[in-house]
Design a protein around this ligand. Structure first.
Ligand SMILES: Nc1ncnc2c1ncn2[C@@H]1O[C@H](COP(=O)(O)OP(=O)(O)OP(=O)(O)O)[C@@H](O)[C@H]1O
Length: 258
C-alpha cells in the first residue's frame, strides 16, 4: 500500500514510497506514514466530504500496482477570504500487495466499492437510516435510493444566462465522480419544467434536481401538485442548485443546513 498522491499524470509513474498505513473507520480514512522522523505523518480524510471513488489501473502498463481514487470536497478557507467553501480534493492511492496486476486491481476495487463506498454512506446517515443519500456536497441530503437516478432540470436563461455553464463546470464532473446517473432537461420555455414533471413517469427517478432560480422550483412543485398521484409525487426528493439571480431558497436551505 502506498501513500496518497494526485492521480498519476499520463505517462508518468508515481514514485513508490513504502511505509504507509491506511485505516478506514465509519467516519474517516486515515493515511499514516510509518516513520520515526518528526513532521507531518498523518493525513485524515473525512468521509462526509467524500462523494465517490473508483478503482483503476495506472497509466504505465508495466506497473503491476492498481489504484483507487477518492473525490473529496472538504470545507476550506480560500486565499484572502474569510468564509469557508467546499473545494475539490482528489486523492489517489496505489495498491500493490502482490505482483499480480489483476489481483491488485481486485483489491483496489474492494477498497473503492465495498469499503469506502459503504463508509461514505454510513458517515452521512444516522445509524439506523437506510443506506441511501444524494451525493452533492453543500446541499441538504435527502434519503434516496443508491444508485439514485436523477432528473436535472436546467433553465439556460436563468440568472445571467450561465446556468448551463455552471452545470458543466461544477456539477457534471461531481455527478460522474459520485456515479450518479442523470438525465439533463434544458427548459425551452416558461412552464416547460411544469409540463415535464406533470407528465413524467416518476418511477424512473429517485430525485428531481433543478439548477436555476426559485421560479423553476416553483414550476416543478406545481407540476407535481397537478398530477393525479400528487400525494405520492410530492414525496419525490427535490434538490436545488443555485443558477438563478436571487437564489433565495437555495441560499436559505444552505444557510440552515450549516
Ligand atoms: N427556456 C426558457 N425561456 C424562458 N423562460 C424560461 C425558460 N425556462 C424557464 N423559464 C422561466 O423563467 C422563469 C425565471 O427562472 P428562474 O426563477 O429559475 O431564474 P431567475 O429569475 O434568474 O432566478 P431567481 O428566481 O432566483 O431570481 C421561471 O419562472 C420559468 O418559468
Amino acid at each position: 500500500t502506498a501513500p496518497p498522491s494526485r492521480t498519476p499524470a499520463s505517462g508518468t509513474r508515481p514514485t513508490p514510497r513504502p511505509g504507509w498505513r491506511k485505516a478506514l473507520t465509519e467516519s474517516a480514512l486515515t493515511v499514516q506514514r510509518i516513520s520515526s522522523s518528526p513532521g507531518r505523518t498523518k493525513v485524515v480524510f473525512n468521509l462526509t466530504d467524500c462523494v465517490g471513488c473508483r478503482a483503476h489501473r495506472g497509466p504505465d502498463g508495466a506497473d503491476v500496482g492498481a489504484y483507487f481514487t477518492a473525490y473529496f470536497y472538504p470545507l476550506k478557507r480560500r486565499w484572502m477570504s474569510a468564509g469557508l467553501t467546499r473545494q475539490r480534493v482528489e486523492q489517489c492511492f496505489r495498491v500493490a500487495p502482490v505482483q499480480d496486476p489483476l489481483a491488485n486491481l481486485q483489491e483496489a476495487e474492494r477498497w473503492a466499492r465495498r469499503r469506502l463506498s459503504l463508509c461514505i454512506l454510513r458517515s452521512r446517515l444516522p445509524s439506523r437510516a437506510p443506506l441511501s443519500v444524494i451525493f452533492l456536497p453543500g446541499v441538504v441530503y435527502s434519503e434516496v435510493r443508491r444508485p439514485c437516478r436523477v432528473m436535472i432540470l436546467v433553465n439556460p436563461h436563468s440568472g445571467r444566462g450561465q446556468a448551463l455553464q455552471l452545470f458543466s463546470g461544477h456539477v457534471q464532473g461531481m455527478l460522474t465522480e459520485a456515479s450518479v446517473p442523470y438525465t439533463l432537461v434544458l427548459t425551452e420555455h416558461q412552464n416547460h419544467a411544469r409540463e415535464v414533471v406533470r407528465k413524467a413517469d416518476l418511477s424512473k427517478w429517485d430525485a428531481l434536481v433543478i439548477m436555476s432560480g426559485d421560479g423553476l422550483l416553483f414550476e416543478v412543485i406545481n407540476g407535481l401538485m397537478e398530477r393525479e398521484d400528487w400525494q405520492e409525487a410530492i414525496q419525490t426528493p427535490l434538490g436545488i442548485l443555485p443558477g438563478g439571480s436571487g437564489n433565495a431558497l437555495a441560499a436559505s436551505i444552505h444557510h440552515y443546513s450549516q
